[in-house]
Design a protein around this ligand. Structure first.
Ligand SMILES: [Zn+2]
Length: 371
């Protein structure tokens, strides 16, 4: 038996490299093998499509989340477009590249939170200031954290009677353009919710407000048979776990984990430690994907954990451990420069998103050829 073992290994690794057979093994190891990045600007489109063809497809990435926000020439609300934004024709080029490689393409617009960044108000609240949860908080000329207002990012008021008509137009239009069967709504790092001065939200339970918004978005998407994906941090108790106020919640939204529909996909990001909160989400009945950023060692551990969870749990739980997704928080252009060594940040050392991406997919490849 010992003598034929290497032959068996050779046989398995040979089959793992043949498209179709290897694909099945990979799908069973990790159903979702994802990559998340800002949508490219129009001038970066060709380079980005080349990256899809040469780097994502070859690593058998099967899910691409593009953070679009207002980088699209919306017809339903032209007033919300960025000045430089992707046209429908340009988006179709991305759609075609992804279809060629069987990559599921999921667009993202940040809903609820992240309606401003540093001292800049995002397009939604700039054009529709009435939707602001905290109109009394003025944007600073020079943003610093921490600050007296506790301003990280602005939120829209989830109970404003006009907000959903506008944002759901955008959601529908972008899902149509990207030919998507799922939409990522962001929903991370919502610090302003149920604010004391909001005439609609003050005094309300923040977990119920958060869950109400998640449910409303989920139900809207369901009208077109689309699924909701979201970041998981607001559903983790940041105090009790010691995970903190960024990767967890300090304002009691975490109880929403028991209030949201179970068919929402949770993207569980942890960048400072390989926290094993995927188990928590799965135990609550939610499907979950673990997301690293720029620490290759953690990405490898998180990948091994995800595979181990899938092997060690009941069949009911197994289906909820859906896989891994590399997240990139720079724009597509700077990431491609870093990836191809054109603009390597020396001070970052080995801890870069491109190194993390390579390490995670190397590990997935390794595990998929291990008998
Ligand atoms: Zn409100």
């Amino acid at each position: 038996m010992a003598r034929i073992a290497p032959l068996i290994c050779l046989f398995i690794s040979l089959f793992a490299t043949i498209p179709g057979i290897g694909q099945t093994k990979l799908d069973s190891l990790l159903p979702v093998r994802g990559f998340c990045i800002a949508a490219p600007l129009p001038k970066q489109l060709d380079a980005f499509i080349q990256f899809i063809n040469e780097e994502l497809a070859t690593r058998q990435v099967n899910t691409l989340i593009l953070r679009v926000d207002y980088n699209y020439q919306f017809g339903s609300h032209p007033e919300l477009r960025d000045s430089l934004a992707l046209s429908k024709r340009e988006v179709k080029k991305i759609v075609k590249a992804c279809q060629k490689h069987n990559i599921r393409l999921i667009p993202q617009i940040n809903l609820l939170g992240h309606q401003s960044w540093a001292s800049k108000t995002g397009n939604l609240l700039r054009v529709y200031p009435d939707f602001d949860e905290t109109p009394s908080v003025k944007m600073p000329e020079k943003y610093i954290w921490p600050n007296e207002d506790g301003l990280y990012c602005k939120s829209y008021c989830p109970l404003h009677p006009g907000v959903h008509a506008v944002v759901f137009d955008l959601v529908d239009e972008i899902c149509d353009a990207f030919e998507a069967d799922a939409f990522h709504a962001g929903l991370d790092e919502v610090f302003y919710i149920g604010h004391d001065k909001c005439p609609r939200c003050s005094g309300r339970d923040k977990a119920e407000l958060f869950a109400g918004e998640v449910t409303e978005i989920r139900n809207h998407l369901a009208l077109n048979n689309r699924k909701l994906w979201m970041w998981g941090d607001r559903l983790i108790d940041g105090k009790t776990t010691g995970i903190g106020m960024w990767e967890g919640s300090f304002n009691n939204t975490h109880r929403a984990i028991d209030l949201i529909p179970k068919d929402v996909m949770i993207c569980d990001w942890h960048y400072e430690r390989p926290d094993q909160t995927a188990v928590y989400f799965a135990t609550k009945g939610l499907s979950v994907i673990t997301c690293p950023w720029r620490k290759p060692g953690f990405a490898v551990t998180q990948t091994q954990d995800m595979v181990r969870f899938r092997k060690s749990v009941t069949p009911v739980m197994r289906e909820r451990f859906q896989g891994m997704m590399q997240t990139v928080w720079s724009g597509a252009g700077p990431f491609l420069d870093e990836f191809y060594g054109k603009n390597a940040a020396a001070e970052a050392g080995a801890n870069t998103p491109s190194n993390c991406f390579r390490a995670m997919f190397d590990e997935i490849g390794k595990l998929s050829t291990t008998p």
